[in-house]
Design a protein around this ligand. Structure first.
Ligand SMILES: Nc1ncnc2c1ncn2[C@@H]1O[C@H](COP(=O)(O)OP(=O)(O)OP(=O)(O)O)[C@@H](O)[C@H]1O
Ligand SMILES: *[C@@H]1O[C@H](CO)[C@@H](O)[C@H](O)[C@H]1NC(C)=O
Ligand SMILES: *[C@@H]1O[C@H](CO)[C@@H](O)[C@H](O)[C@H]1NC(C)=O
Ligand SMILES: *[C@@H]1O[C@H](CO)[C@@H](O)[C@H](O)[C@H]1NC(C)=O
Length: 463
């Protein structure tokens, strides 16, 4: 069924949007002014006003999602019934507003999911409660953030946005207006750990971030800014970077009367943007995201230990995003250029071949024992690096004093490059299998071991 802007909701469209249509919000409104009064002290007018404001924001967002036909009927298949059978519930994280737990749902396909709910002891609720002495009102105030995130998650569809698997909204659980969202479970980003991963993996993360920002700049809901842009708002799901906290998002660009109104301020820097004829600060949301990506991600993850030839291009990307000369289009294009150069091996410098210093022997493998380590290795107990081909592996082996032989394994990285295993101890080499080992000639001549075999098995096509 197609949705055309302005048409009525299709019968089986997203449960949440149906929920956000008038009757359900009426329920929320009733909660605000309704039976809870009997249980709680009277609600202070200022808290009431805040609640009304949040509700109005939420209605607006839901209306624009509806108008853009930007909801996914498939999202949110899991509901309250599934939640009641949750097992193995454990805390995974908490923030100012929300509590995140992991759990297995009986009908969730056996996979673990993340359950988000209001954090009753979080700063949002507790500061509000201190101020207004009205816990249930404060709880609802926070629940609006969760609902906002739910609408956004249901409207955005991108690999870089965490997937909504379901939601539970149970007004019968008054006065604790119970809202729970079910999301795919991720692993929080560990910047320190990331800094120790190979450049190729850090580049992947930056590329995925660039793709996300490119999408957000042209999302179905308009150009979105992540107002609270920090590594802790992101998680990794199956090795893919995803934004997981969307309650603090602006879907509107700043209004202005003149260019002077359009200053984008950061602690270290500010930018003057243009005020468009429509009275909006042009591209301010896109630029805000991009500068945040530069200062929190690119500067740390992109440059160090990058292949030498790619370094000037990466420096350009850093300079252009750090000065906001690039938008998300140009940034993404530059990332794809780097990826192309990297995948095609064009970044390799033309150097005299070092492969001739190695003898290629078929039919050997290595005992799976500890050996010398290198950095940043794909394995902890040895030296495993991604390479373009045997030639690059030979150059790497020659640059490691300990390296005496190497294998090209069948394992590949996300770019399709094979992993090479670099080893020192030749006595660990044993006959068998059909893999090719490349042995340093200088090392081969030093050892008498297997000496007879060298000549017989040497590959004629590898000189
Ligand atoms: N889908 C998920 N899978 C795993 N962990 C998650 C997921 N979503 C969030 N988290 C973790 O839970 C923490 C809190 O979630 P979230 O950021 O949504 O709450 P918040 O109250 O808005 O936080 P903040 O104070 O950072 O704004 C996150 O920092 C993150 O580490
Ligand atoms: C970009 O390069 C210019 C010229 O070298 C320099 O003045 C500027 O500070 C650089 N900006 C960033 C963010 O690195
Ligand atoms: C980015 O590219 C898209 C098409 O791919 C285009 O519609 C859009 O106007 C471009 N944005 C900018 C700021 O150049
Ligand atoms: C090399 O391997 C042999 C056989 O496993 C072992 O006895 C020896 O200690 C190893 N040498 C080094 C330097 O690791």
């Amino acid at each position: 069924m197609r949705c055309s802007p302005g048409s009525a909701l299709p019968a089986r469209s997203g449960a949440l949007l149906a929920l956000l249509a008038a009757p359900a919000l009426l329920v929320l409104a009733l909660l605000v002014s309704g039976p809870w009064r009997l249980l709680d002290s009277p609600m202070p007018p200022s808290l009431m006003r805040e609640l009304e404001q949040r509700e109005a924001d939420l209605r607006r967002l839901a209306a624009s999602a509806r108008a853009a036909c930007a909801f996914s009927p498939a999202a949110g298949a899991l509901g309250c019934a599934e939640l009641s059978g949750a097992t193995g519930v454990r805390l995974v994280g908490s923030g100012i507003t929300k509590l995140v737990q992991r759990a297995v749902l009986p009908r969730g396909g056996g996979h673990e999911v993340a359950l988000k709910s209001v954090h009753p002891a979080g700063r949002d609720v507790s500061l509000c409660a201190q101020r207004y002495a009205h816990p249930s009102g404060c709880y609802r105030l926070a629940a609006y953030k969760l609902l906002k995130e739910m609408v956004l998650l249901q409207s955005l569809e991108h690999p870089g946005v965490v997937k909504l698997r379901g939601q539970c909204y149970d007004p019968s659980l008054v006065p604790e207006m119970k809202v729970v969202t079910v999301l795919e479970l991720g692993v929080p980003l560990e910047m320190i750990q990331l800094l120790q991963t190979p450049w190729e993996e850090r580049f992947k993360l930056c590329l995925e971030l660039a793709e996300l920002l490119h999408y957000l700049a042209k999302s179905p809901l308009g150009s979105l800014a992540l107002l609270d842009f920090q590594p802790r708002q992101f998680v990794m799901v199956n090795g893919v970077l995803k934004v997981a906290d969307l309650d603090d998002v602006s879907t509107e660009e700043l209004s202005c009367e003149g260019h002077g109104d359009c200053t984008l301020e950061f602690p270290t820097k500010s930018f003057s943007l243009r005020c468009s004829a429509q009275g909006k600060c042009e591209g301010i949301n896109e630029k805000r995201n991009l500068f945040n990506a530069y200062r929190y991600f690119f500067t740390y993850l992109l440059p160090h230990t990058a292949p030498f030839v790619l370094q000037p291009i990466l420096k350009d990307i850093l300079n252009a995003t750090g000065d906001l000369r690039y938008g998300t289009n140009e940034t993404l294009r530059a990332f794809h250029r780097v990826l192309h150069l990297y995948k095609s091996g064009l970044y390799l410098q033309k150097k005299p071949s070092q492969l001739k210093d190695y003898i290629a022997l078929k039919g050997f493998h290595s005992r799976d024992t500890e050996d010398y380590k290198c950095w940043p290795s794909y394995r902890h107990l040895g030296c495993v690096l991604s390479v373009h081909n045997e030639e690059e592996a030979a150059a790497i082996c020659s640059s490691h004093p300990q390296c005496q032989h190497f294998f090209i394994t069948l394992q590949t990285t996300w770019t399709g490059r094979p992993l090479a295993l670099f080893r020192s101890n030749l006595t660990e080499l044993i006959p068998g299998g059909d893999r090719v080992v490349y042995v340093k000639r200088s090392a081969a001549s030093k050892t008498s071991l297997l000496q007879g075999d060298w000549e017989n098995t040497e590959l004629s096509d590898k000189e």
